[in-house]
Design a protein around this ligand. Structure first.
Ligand SMILES: [Zn+2]
Length: 294
């Protein structure tokens, strides 16, 4: 058994030692670019990690912290774009079953539907999932990205040790993945992020629709998780993956005129109207700073 740590922060790595001892884990993988508590093996860009028949790649994604990494599991079965998508179901049909487990089908966005099960299953794409404790979300067909605090559903991590330019590179890399890839991010911040995104892009129908879904899911007596999310959905609704889109850039500029009147001294020269709004780095930085103050 392995333990993956994506970055050094205490809320991600603080339990490594106790967790490894409890479960008899001898290999705790962490980034080479920073000190992670309990780390026994460091990993860097391009490293491959095999777990059973799953082969993960390590991606270095600096910005939230200097050494932050993500673990990428490519889809074992490619969902070709020509393959007809399963009929879409509203996410609001998701539920928590009587045993308290998340159960049902999940709308991954972009016309893709994944299956969710709290028990092991075989078949589907032919993959066998050995762990009874594992919540299976069709990872064997979808692919998965374990990205810590790089990206959240409809948000991203704060730029503690990096720049908007680095975040744009990270965002481009994630956005280039197949739509089906599930994103296992480090926090369930989706409701606040969905409200921010809806404020930021009031004219974006996908963002407004997603806010309604998220409010429903999180409004249950036992709130339904919105994580994992999927690349397809985030490409449609996460402003931090959309900094290159003209509609997002002009929406961010409009909000910045109201919210960043004092400019961003030390980061960008001049006032909001002087900034180069065709530069996606400017769009990325402006929305992160507005989100910081949200
Ligand atoms: Zn963090």
């Amino acid at each position: 058994m392995l333990l993956f740590a994506a970055h050094k922060h205490w809320d991600h790595a603080g339990g490594n030692v106790a967790f490894a001892a409890e479960l008899g884990i001898t290999k705790v993988l962490g980034p080479s670019g920073e000190h992670v508590e309990g780390c026994t093996h460091t990993v860097s860009e391009g490293d491959r990690i095999s777990v059973g028949n799953a082969n993960f790649s390590v991606w270095e994604m600096p910005c939230h912290t200097r050494g932050h990494v993500a673990f990428y599991l490519p889809p074992l079965v490619d969902l070709a774009p020509s393959q007809p998508p399963a009929p879409a179901i509203p996410s609001t049909q998701l539920g928590v079953n009587q045993a308290g487990n998340f159960d049902g089908r999940v709308d991954l966005g972009a016309g893709l539907v994944g299956t969710v099960s709290a028990s092991p299953r075989e078949g589907g794409s032919g993959a066998h999932v050995p762990s009874p404790a594992m919540v299976v979300l069709g990872v064997e067909t979808s692919g998965a990205l374990f990205c810590g605090d790089v990206l959240f559903s409809q948000g991203c991590g704060r730029f503690f040790e990096g720049t908007a330019e680095q975040m744009l590179r990270n965002a481009d890399r994630i956005a280039s993945l197949p739509n089906s890839v599930l994103i296992f991010c480090g926090h369930e911040y989706t409701l606040t992020n969905a409200r921010f995104s809806a404020w930021l892009e009031p004219d974006c129908e996908a963002v407004q629709r997603r806010l309604e879904e998220v409010e429903t899911l999180r409004g249950h007596a036992t709130p339904v998780p919105t994580v994992p999310t999927a690349v397809g959905r985030e490409r449609e609704t996460n402003p931090f993956l959309r900094a290159r889109e003209a509609a997002t850039a002009s929406a961010v500029r409009r909000r910045a005129l109201d919210s960043l009147g004092g400019g961003l001294p030390g980061e960008l020269e001049g006032g909001v109207e002087d900034w180069d709004w065709e530069d996606p780095v400017v769009v990325m930085l402006a929305m992160r700073r507005m989100r910081d103050a949200w």
